[in-house]
Design a protein. Structure first.
Ligand SMILES: Cc1ncc(COP(=O)(O)O)c(C=O)c1O
Length: 434
């Protein structure tokens, strides 16, 4: 299989080259959660748990006396030198740790999952800390399936689902979500799904909710239907739940693993990338039925050894934030969503406002300046002539299906996870240049 740079990363590279405002890739330009950042700093400087405890209880006064005791004038000292006085000469957290994740983080993941969904995975037997959802997905494919096995993928899709399937010799079987703009929904055709799942080669379905790129949040009924099919056709569900806290307008995220008959057949993939605004930290986790955990950990260990130890310490502090913190994530994105929805509509884009996640999958065919282009050229025009980077819609569809042209060919994906000022600047460019 020939692999190439993902189109999303290509668009990010072109955005830099053409000084376009980058609304292509799904990462923010805002600071990550401070508690989480501090957790990693404390691990890096503190070195050991005793060192961290010492740092946590320290005041500026303590730090000044420590420095002045060593003969320095603390108020004149560069912060970097001052902080070096805190460094523990002994270290545990910049070193290799358990390949499947430090215990403290696995327990935090279990507590967090229980707090939100009333379902507690066993930190010893079910949770593996990985390098983001992306590695979690790859390790799952390799550990659970064999070349030739098929996995059902809903298109439009996050591009790693089929591309990683290709790496491991798996066969993606596509079904298509279709926009009903009048009703304001992206719809799952149950007959099409049943037909796909009944193929004997199919071993699993990938479920991404809230969904990238459409923003669809699968309802309880839709998930119950998926659970019913998984049970009927003896398939796994691999769920990608990284946008679980980014949900609008009263929609709710449901935990598929808790549906009837699903505990033994659900692989739950999650990460701190979106929840902690920390896509570059590369910390995620996979929850597996106990009998499959060993196989997953073996792939993970051989592939990457482990996720970075000090950043795992930071992730503990993120997952231990209170309920108010997590409830506060979506409202900020809702303001951005509403602003970009209005901005895009005002220049002629047509769209269904997303129920969750932070993307707008917008139909550009009524935008006069773009209407003659296919979606790749429309995206190139936006980057070069308008100064805004997006992702062409056909990138989210398999080129082997007619829907790549008939459906994907009319969309562009905008990410609205950037700061409001960045979004305003992008909207202003669209108004000025389209
Ligand atoms: C649906 C989906 N899954 C997975 C990822 C990658 O997540 P991670 O950074 O945890 O690897 C993304 C990133 O945008 C995504 O949108």
């Amino acid at each position: 299989m020939k692999l190439s740079e993902t189109v999303i990363r290509l668009m990010t590279r072109l955005a830099v080259e053409h000084r376009a405002i980058n609304l292509s890739q799904g990462f923010t330009d805002e600071a990550p959660d401070y508690e989480m950042t501090w957790g990693a700093i404390a691990a890096l400087l503190g070195g050991t748990q005793e060192g961290i405890d010492r740092l946590e209880s320290m005041t500026l006064g303590d730090l000044i006396s420590l420095s002045e005791g060593a003969g320095g004038n603390a108020s004149k000292m560069p912060l970097k030198d001052l902080l070096s006085r805190l460094r523990n000469p002994y270290d545990q957290f910049s070193q290799y740790s358990f390949p499947f994740g430090i215990r403290e983080l696995r327990v935090a993941i279990a507590d967090y999952t229980e707090a939100f969904y009333g379902h507690r995975p066993d930190p010893e037997d079910q949770i593996t800390v990985v390098l983001g959802a992306s590695e979690g997905m790859a390790a799952t494919y390799r550990a659970f399936f064999s070349p030739g096995d098929a996995v059902v993928v809903m298109q439009p899709f996050h591009e790693i689902y089929p591309s990683q399937a290709g790496i491991f010799g798996l066969v993606p079987k596509f079904i298509t979500l279709r926009e009903d703009r009048d009703r304001g929904s992206w719809d799952l055709d149950r007959d099409e799904l049943r037909r796909a799942m009944s193929d004997p080669a199919v071993r699993a379905i990938i479920v991404n909710t809230p969904h990238n790129p459409t923003g669809k949040v699968l309802s309880e009924e839709e998930l119950a239907f998926i659970a019913e099919l998984c049970n009927e056709y003896d398939c796994f569900a691999i769920t990608d739940e990284i946008y679980e806290h980014i949900i609008y307008d009263g929609h709710r995220h449901h935990y598929l693993c808790a549906f009837e008959g699903m505990a033994d057949r659900t692989i739950t993939i999650n990460s701190i990338s979106k929840t902690g605004k920390s896509t570059g930290w590369r910390i995620g986790w996979v929850i597996t039925p106990p009998e499959h955990t060993r196989a997953l950990r073996a792939v993970h260990d051989n592939l990457v050894v482990q996720a970075p130890t000090p950043l795992q310490k930071g992730a503990v502090d993120l997952l231990r934030r209170d309920a108010q913190f997590f409830a506060g994530i979506a409202p900020k994105y809702r303001i951005k969503r509403d602003r970009l929805v209005a901005g895009l509509r005002s220049v002629g884009f047509a769209l269904t406002p997303p129920e969750g996640a932070y993307y707008l999958f917008a139909d550009y065919r009524k935008v006069t300046a773009l209407s003659g282009f296919d979606s790749f050229d429309a995206a190139m025009h936006l980057i070069k002539e308008v100064g805004v980077a997006t992702v062409p819609g056909d990138n989210f569809y398999s080129p082997d299906t007619p829907e790549a042209k008939s459906e994907g060919g009319r969309y562009l994906r905008f990410a609205f996870c950037r700061s409001l000022e960045t979004l305003e600047a992008a909207i202003e460019r669209l108004h000025r240049n389209l």
